[in-house]
Design a protein around this ligand. Structure first.
Ligand SMILES: NC(=O)c1ccc[n+]([C@@H]2O[C@H](COP(=O)([O-])OP(=O)(O)OC[C@H]3O[C@@H](n4cnc5c(N)ncnc54)[C@H](OP(=O)(O)O)[C@@H]3O)[C@@H](O)[C@H]2O)c1
Length: 233
């Protein structure tokens, strides 16, 4: 069966590890993002700033393959500060990248692709837990959980071969965690928790997370939409 895998946010972190995992397993991968240094015969890169609707509108899915896997991974943590203290709130960019871009890409994928579809939205534990200093991020991930559950029900009603997950990947050792640790304790009351996770070597390697995500998608190891990779051994 010919499958094409689309992954957003492939410049580093989880997205890069996921794209490389699928390439290693012999899949054709299309990276979507602002930059990428992956070189592989089965890899194509589409330049796209996911905060720009005009860039998102240009993304076309391959309608000739039997199956499309769309992994909406790109994300931003945003300003690490209480809303009332922010001089220039960045709600719009956070919501665009974390919520609207996955929604529009899911929409165009569902519209264009007639074969089997798997949509994986990378969510967060913050989708179900309020963390002071992360209001926009928490809101953006809660919204993507509910969107994912809703489109799964819609496509079930239509009898289509569509599987959707909104998956919390766990705490991963990436640039996003570096940014979280760089916050000031005055603005971010959970700082010590994140400093301790790093100090105690409790962050997961992106490659290990990518392996689990691969199993979730290919072996369909979890049959709930909103889920966590912590459920996979
Ligand atoms: N790390 C964790 O502990 C953790 C925990 C829970 C959930 N997550 C989620 O996991 C996903 C991956 O995070 P990560 O930890 O790998 O973060 P990361 O290392 O900061 O990587 C984020 C990726 O998103 C891309 N991106 C950001 N804004 C973009 C834009 N406007 N247009 C295109 N691409 C953009 C970045 O590309 P550029 O190089 O262009 O900026 C980068 O490739 C995110 O959705 C995040 O919310 C992470």
């Amino acid at each position: 069966m010919a499958t094409k895998v689309y992954v957003t946010g492939v410049s580093r972190g989880l997205g890069k590890a996921v794209a490389e995992k699928f390439l290693k397993e012999g899949y054709s991968v299309v990276g979507i993002g602002r930059s990428s240094d992956i070189h592989h015969v089965n890899y194509t890169f589409l330049v796209c700033d996911l905060s720009l609707q005009s860039d998102i509108d240009k993304i076309q899915f391959d309608t000739t393959c039997d199956e499309v896997i769309l992994i909406n991974n790109a994300g931003q943590i945003g300003n690490l500060q209480r809303i009332s203290d922010q001089i220039e709130p960045d709600f719009e960019e956070v919501m665009r990248v974390n919520t609207l871009a996955p929604m529009y890409l899911s929409w165009s994928c569902l519209q264009q692709v007639k074969g089997a579809i798997k949509i994986v939205n990378i969510s967060s534990g913050a989708s179900t837990r309020a963390i002071p200093g992360w209001a926009a991020y928490c809101a953006s991930k809660a919204a993507i959980d509910r969107f994912s559950e809703t489109i799964q029900l819609e496509e079930k009603e239509k009898g289509r071969d569509v599987n959707v997950w909104s998956v919390a990947p766990g705490v991963i050792d990436t640039a996003m965690q570096e940014k979280i640790r760089s916050a000031s304790v005055e603005n971010f009351s959970s700082l010590e928790t994140f400093l301790d996770l790093k100090k105690n070597d409790e962050l997961t390697n992106p490659q290990v997370t990518a392996d689990k995500l691969f199993r979730l998608i290919v072996l369909e190891e979890i049959d709930r939409v909103v889920c966590s990779l912590r459920e996979i051994e």
